[in-house]
Design a protein around this ligand. Structure first.
Ligand SMILES: *Cc1c(COP(=O)(O)O)cnc(C)c1O
Length: 439
């Protein structure tokens, strides 16, 4: 299983000479010893040296039921015996049809149509284009609805459309000249959004937001009632509501979808990350019947939604999605998650009390531990991640916020161990740097 040392050395050397990693300063990466993940088992990952780690961030927020889950593995293998890929353009296939039915049944009321793509970025990009085209095709006064309201510190993906509605300066400001203009609302403040609606009367196509928790902002949690208030504002001003549940969906906040916490049904719902249990790239944009019908017409009317990616609705990914939903039922995942959410809250009380920690933000399993030391050049979050790795856990920071978002399937003892490793890693990382001079 473990490759001989020279094979490991070769992999490290080829990674350094050929691979360009996402969201990574390669100059620093080249100077570090990379962890090369070879396999996964349950909520653990194993590297090429045989070292075991808890997958503390669900392999970037997408694993749900654990790695190498027998049920999901078998579903993907079963699909592989039939066909690995066939197109959704002009054809269809059983796994995509069945998954669409299941997602529509599962999603908040009124979302009746499932449009597939392959990443969170494409799911939001599609929602934006659908909303825009929907109003455009209605014509008359409705064609004036061309603007989007998005939230400060929002994250909806990395393609140009999704970056346009993004609000994270560090990731997005460079591209400003390439982006379309949006209206930025203050998260958690319905009055602020109301003013935007009033100042741009009849011009807003849709509000796009991450419901309840803005993940990439560092787990920014909205005050209760905010989502509901935004829904009401959209209704009052005739705009659509797009909920980006790419991160919050599939149980991460304690319910299947975050929208359920406030009894809200959006007009467009974006899902990705967890939809395949973290197995394969798949996304869906769910739409209401009203939006769907706005695209119907004769060919010559050109009301078609001219959008589709090559691997849209890939059969292997859809099979993984179906099995993921089956496992939710068979293992009563959401029910068994509730006591773990409570335990996580208790465990984090000690972390909150640490002098090295400024604040802990959390909803369900989505956790952001904000460190006290903000000095950019020290990369405190990164130092914590390195210390956590030494102790057997993978965590990935967002700046100086340490993120914890384990798979929903994590056991109680592993959850305890993850929080313990994280607090030890924070203490160790802070101990290695010179103390900040009080201002
Ligand atoms: C991760 C994420 C995306 C982008 O998904 P990709 O699959 O990485 O393109 C979009 N929205 C939210 C809320 C996310 O967390």
């Amino acid at each position: 299983m473990i490759p001989p040392p020279d094979a490991h050395v070769q992999l490290v050397s080829d990674d350094r000479s050929c691979v360009w990693h996402p969201f990574t300063q390669q100059q620093a990466w080249a100077g570090e010893e990379p962890v090369i993940i070879e396999r996964g088992e349950g909520t653990d990952l194993f590297d090429t040296t045989g070292k075991r780690y808890i997958d503390g961030v669900s392999s970037l927020w997408c694993n749900v039921h654990g790695h190498a889950h027998p049920r999901i593995d078998a579903a993907v293998r079963g699909q592989l015996d039939k066909v690995a890929h066939s197109t959704m353009l002009g054809l269809t296939h059983p796994s995509a049809i069945r998954l669409a039915r299941r997602l529509v049944d599962l999603a908040p009321e009124g979302l009746t149509r499932c449009f597939y793509s392959d990443s969170g970025s494409t799911a939001t990009e599609i929602a934006l284009k659908m909303a825009f085209q929907f109003w455009h095709q209605r014509g008359g006064e409705d064609a004036r609805r061309t603007r989007f309201i998005s939230l400060r510190d929002a994250y909806h993906g990395d393609t140009i459309g999704s970056v346009s509605v993004g609000g994270i300066e560090l990731f997005h400001s460079t591209y400003r000249p390439l982006l379309f203009e949006t209206l930025t609302a203050e998260p958690g403040d319905p009055k602020n959004m109301q003013r935007l609606f009033e100042a741009h009367y009849g011009e807003v196509a849709a509000v796009i937001m991450e419901p309840l928790v803005q993940g990439a902002a560092g787990m920014l949690v909205h005050p209760p009632g905010y989502l509901r208030a935004v829904r009401e504002l959209c209704d009052r001003h005739g705009a659509l509501l797009i909920c980006d549940e790419v991160a919050t969906g599939f149980g991460r906040t304690g319910k299947m979808f975050a929208c359920e916490h406030e009894g809200v049904a959006p007009d467009l719902l974006c899902v990705a990350k967890g939809v395949t249990g973290g197995y394969l790239p798949l996304a869906a944009t769910l739409a209401t019947e009203e939006i769907y019908e706005g695209f119907l017409g004769d060919h010559a009317e050109f009301r078609t939604f001219f959008h589709g990616h090559t691997y849209t609705g890939n059969p292997l990914a859809c099979a993984a999605g179906l099995a993921t939903l089956d496992v939710f039922e068979e293992e009563r995942t959401l029910e068994r998650l509730q006591p773990k959410i409570e335990l996580l809250g208790e465990l984090l009380e000690q972390v909150t009390a640490m002098p090295e920690v400024a604040e802990v933000r959390r909803r369900g399993f989505m956790t952001g531990i904000q460190l006290t030391d903000h000095r950019v050049e020290l990369r405190m979050g990164h130092r914590v991640a390195i210390e956590a790795r030494r102790r057997g856990a993978i965590v990935r920071p967002l700046g100086d916020t340490v993120i914890l978002m384990p798979p929903l399937a994590i056991s109680v003892s592993e959850l305890r161990r993850l929080v313990k490793i994280t607090s030890e890693a924070i203490r160790a990382a802070v101990a290695t740097v010179r103390p900040a001079v009080a201002a």
